[in-house]
Design a protein around this ligand. Structure first.
Ligand code: 9G3
Length: 570
């Protein structure tokens, strides 16, 4: 195709509202345009990338026996009421009514629809296992849609659901998807890590996330530094290891100290000449069952996912300043567990502390020589903290390393949660009714495109892996006024097309610099430049986007060189 005829509206300016590099570059390079908050139009280049990712996904799902279907976006409320999720999800669920006043939602996911389908169509064990998937738009009314395609309100997802007779069958299906996902991200040319994750509100047991590694990733993962151990987990999930022995210090008598305007752990520790690990961090949360104080050592962070799972509540948010003032009698920064009248959940590390520092629930004061058990009672003692790099691996004890990642896929064992709620059963070989055992498996297709940009870019623009690049080669005649250059460029371009290479020719009557800049911005893996020198010697420059390396290649060898560089059969 000809660049002159394609809609590739590149921009020199960074769009003001784009916070992350993938959003900036996908807009600047002419891939996407915003239609509404969190809702995007995919222009020709983006659609080509998406189709390539989808093709890889379809091939890998088919390899594992997955069958493609297409379910509706509009879903009736009744099915969501059967699973009780109509009330679980609040404003995040896009709700609508038809002309008769009947309730519907735009599908955020399809567990309900597919379970109802299978309940109607599967009756015997002979029809199992079954792997059904679709690639479709999903809708979630995020509170703050942001980061471009990373957290949109409409996005493309591949969702597969497995139906098995029992846990053993589910395990096999799960392994198949683990393998399929690994192959998908390998083929997309992405560096990723598979981590243990938290199943959150969806319930169920095993779950793994596929994380594309990128410094800008929202998720933090920890992984074992030992080459003999493959432990890796989302920090939200990673279990902490605890020292059994506590300090041998003798408990001393508790005392109040004046700590004017020392409202952070760091300030208080410095002010009192102690390390942060001598302090107790007290965070007050609001839940639908009342207030809860979460205690961790001052050098640790509260892990809200673990806290949420511990409490089993539906709502969890930090209490506001007025509430804190109300319950502690002090300004924010002076809360502590001594004399605090609410449920106290503490991390086990806190229980091992001797002569600790904590807020006095009195503005401008802290307590020293606070001793858990003696000075306050803990209602629930359990792991509620973030694991940090350097801590021991829970599997082998070696030090953990940390990395940032973008979640592009997740696989879940669901068990019988949905089949029980919706009554999806089969008759086993003895004629007994059994619940179908389910798994669900998602790949964020649009997010995978964005994650690839987050991982593969430089100052000049995007660097697409060849397997998902919108086009593989752009041929650029340096001057469109030079007939010899245009002729040679056209010849090379046509040869590439004949060889099955997805090539573009930049035939726009623009300065060479503009075309080079656009080529770097869009991120074609290879650029072939035909200039006046090359025309005289019958050669053209082949430049690799990834390395910037350029070689002069005789015209007749270009197809071989390109196919070689793209690792493609001629
Ligand atoms: C909702 C809303 C948001 C949601 C869900 C439901 C996330 C919801 C979890 C999943 C799990 C899997 C199939 C593919 C793989 C992932 N956000 N989840 O269930 F109503 Cl508003 O979607 N689904």
């Amino acid at each position: 195709m000809r660049v002159s005829q394609l809609l590739i509206p590149t921009l020199r300016e960074v769009p003001a509202e784009a916070e992350v590099v993938s959003h900036q570059l996908l807009v600047r390079a002419g891939f996407i345009r915003k239609t509404a908050a969190g809702v995007y139009t995919y222009l020709p280049l983006a659609l080509r990338v998406l189709k390539k990712i989808e093709k890889i996904v379809r091939e890998e799902m088919a390899r594992q026996g997955g069958q493609e279907i297409l379910m509706p976006i509009i879903q009736p409320a009744e099915l969501w009421q059967e699973s009780s999720r109509w009330d679980v999800y609040g404003p995040e669920l896009f709700r609508l009514k038809d002309r008769h006043g009947r309730d519907f939602c735009l599908g955020p996911t399809h567990e309900e629809i597919i379970t109802a389908l299978v309940r109607g169509e599967v009756s015997s064990y002979k029809q199992l296992p079954l792997l059904l998937f679709q690639i479709q738009n999903k809708y979630r009314d995020e509170r703050r849609p942001r980061f471009g395609l990373m957290r949109g309100r409409e996005f493309i997802m591949k969702d597969l659901y497995s139906f098995d007779m029992d846990e053993e069958g589910l395990h096999t299906s799960y392994q198949k998807m683990y393998e399929a996902y690994s192959r998908v991200y390998d083929r997309c040319g992405l560096k990723y890590r598979v981590v243990e994750a938290d199943s959150g509100a969806i319930g169920g047991s095993d779950t793994h996330e596929f994380m594309v590694l990128a410094a800008s990733g929202e998720a933090t993962v920890v992984y074992c530094s030992s080459s003999n151990c493959d432990y890796a987990a989302n920090v939200e999930r990673a279990n902490a290891l605890y020292d059994q022995e506590s300090s041998r210090e003798e408990p001393e008598s508790k005392r109040e100290v004046y700590t004017p305007s020392q409202t952070t752990i760091k300030d208080v520790a410095v002010f009192l000449g102690e390390g942060r690990e001598k302090t107790i961090k007290t965070l007050i949360y609001k839940t639908e069952d009342g207030l809860v104080a979460a205690l961790v050592r001052g050098d640790r962070e509260v892990n809200e996912v673990k806290l949420y799972n511990t409490l089993g509540c539906l709502q969890l948010e930090l209490a506001d300043a007025a509430t804190i003032q109300d319950v502690t009698g002090a300004q924010v920064g002076y809360a502590g567990p001594v004399g605090l009248d609410m449920r106290i959940v503490a991390d086990p590390e806190v229980n091992n502390m001797v002569n600790a520092i904590a807020g006095a629930n009195k503005t401008g004061y802290h307590l020293v020589n606070v001793n858990p058990g003696r000075d306050f009672k803990v209602d629930t003692l359990t792991d509620i903290r973030m694991v940090q790099a350097g801590e021991p691996c829970p599997r082998c004890g070696s030090a953990l390393d940390e990395a940032q990642g973008i979640e592009v896929g997740q696989i879940f064992k669901l068990g019988d949660k949905y089949s029980r709620a919706l009554g999806a059963v089969y008759l086993d070989d003895k004629g007994q009714e059994q619940y179908i055992i389910m798994g669900c498996y998602g790949i964020g297709v649009t997010r995978t495109m964005a994650a690839s940009v987050e991982q593969n870019h430089d100052q000049q623009g995007i660097i697409w892996p060849a397997s998902i690049a919108p086009f593989q080669v752009v041929v650029i005649p340096v001057s469109t006024k030079d007939e010899a250059q245009v002729k040679m460029a056209e010849e090379i371009y046509n040869k590439l097309l004949q060889a099955g290479v997805e090539a573009l020719i930049d035939d726009r009557p623009e300065r060479a610099g503009v075309k080079f800049k656009d080529a770097d911005l869009v991120g074609y893996p290879l650029r072939i430049t035909v200039g006046s020198k090359g025309v005289k010697s019958g050669q053209a420059e082949v430049t690799e986007r990834q390395t910037g390396e350029t070689v002069m290649v005789p015209q007749q060898d270009i197809i071989y060189k390109v196919c070689d560089m793209l690792e493609k059969d001629v």
